[in-house]
Design a protein around this ligand. Structure first.
Ligand code: NAP
Length: 328
């Protein structure tokens, strides 16, 4: 299929050149759930980007050039300037290395890599090649998060309780990769809570203990109980579960010496001392693409791996329990 005819060809493809006048030609890699649910609508609504290509082994996107993989996409799309990598984390870093070597700007879905060292390596590569790398954390863009961060910035936190509980069969139907080494298991969801926490709390977090439940037939955990500290005095307790039926719970309660802040619904709703704080509807992915465009135009990268380091720490210190095999 020919590239989208509404896109004007780009003449500049690397950071430091003027890309403000024309849309950035973007390719999307990994046409799965999040690509369809969020990336495609967000890209379509952002005039800074023009989707010109997609690469996926099984999926495709209408009205753009479709390729089997990133290598063919790069070879077959002359004016490609940026890629959105929406494949699972255990294959994403190799894609990112390939894209950076081709001098493309890259937006990574969360988590930014399978390991911390992969992300460090990518950061060094973008410096070398002069392109933009944006490790996106969509949950940080949820409507209540910025207000929570502002409110907490002047308060003393005494304790935090996180419950991030969902049914893996409903939210990750048939996604085998999530159960394979490097697929994160319940941390695929739980890292969203950690991305919010690392953003709204004023001081660094330290992982002190973890209990991880692994299904006997899987490489990644189904449930996790974490204990962290924040600053000198606050204890953070987190429960992550993939075997919670019914309405999911994605809540963070932060007790301070001057009030209780509750972020609910993945950060989309906020109360302070039980009073509802009015926040606009969440526009997580549109915000991410606005930020990606701004980073490209200013020749900058944004790579915060602090949520990923906490997950790595949980694996490092976690006690392992084997539970019943999991089958979809
Ligand atoms: P998904 O539905 O399984 O889609 C991932 C796509 O990546 C697949 O459709 C697949 O397309 C492609 N892919 C390339 N190499 C692959 C490989 N070796 N194994 C499996 N797939 C491969 O997953 P998803 O839910 O979109 O999640 C992708 C990423 O987005 C994850 O990092 C996840 O944390 C993040 N995310 C997901 C959600 C959500 O609600 N699902 C929300 C926020 C963020 P082809 O087979 O056609 O190549």
């Amino acid at each position: 299929m020919p590239p989208n005819p509404s896109c004007v060809p780009l003449t500049a493809t690397t950071a430091g050149r003027d890309e403000t006048a024309e849309p950035i030609h973007l390719g999307l890699v990994g046409v799965g759930k999040i690509a369809r649910d969020q990336h495609l609508p967000a890209i379509a609504s952002n005039q800074s980007f023009c989707l010109v290509a997609a690469a996926s082994r099984h999926g495709s996107v209408a009205e753009v050039a479709n390729f089997e993989d990133l290598e063919r996409m790069i070879g077959g799309t002359p004016n490609l300037a940026a890629v959105a990598l929406c494949a699972p984390p255990n294959v994403r870093a190799a894609m990112a290395r390939e894209a950076i070597a081709a001098k493309l700007h890259v937006i990574l879905e969360k988590p930014p890599g399978m390991t911390v060292s992969e992300v460090t390596d990518l950061t060094a590569r973008v410096r070398q090649h002069g392109t933009t790398l944006f490790a996106s954390w969509h949950s940080r863009e949820a409507a209540g998060v910025q207000h929570a961060r502002d409110w907490l910035s002047t308060r003393a936190v005494t304790s935090v309780r996180i419950r991030w509980l969902e049914d893996v069969r409903e939210w990750h139907p048939g996604q085998e990769w999530i159960w394979q080494a490097g697929g994160f298991g319940v941390f695929d969801a739980g890292i969203n809570a950690l991305s919010i926490l690392t953003h709204i709390l004023p001081e660094p977090l330290v992982m002190t203990a973890a209990q991880l439940s692994f299904p006997a037939n899987r490489d990644t955990p189904m449930c996790a109980e974490l204990t962290l500290t924040h600053g000198d005095n606050a204890v953070v307790e987190a429960s992550f579960s993939f075997c919670h039926s019914g309405v999911p719970c994605w809540d963070i309660d932060v007790q301070t010496t001057s009030g209780l802040l509750c972020l609910m619904g993945g950060g989309s709703r906020l109360t302070i001392d039980d009073n509802v704080v009015a926040v606009p509807p969440s526009t997580e992915y549109p915000n991410l693409y606005r930020r990606f465009a701004a980073l490209i135009h200013s020749g900058q990268s944004d790579v915060d791996d602090s949520p990923l380091r906490l997950v790595a720490d949980a694996f490092l210190c976690g006690r392992r329990t084997e539970v019943e095999p999991f089958l979809f």
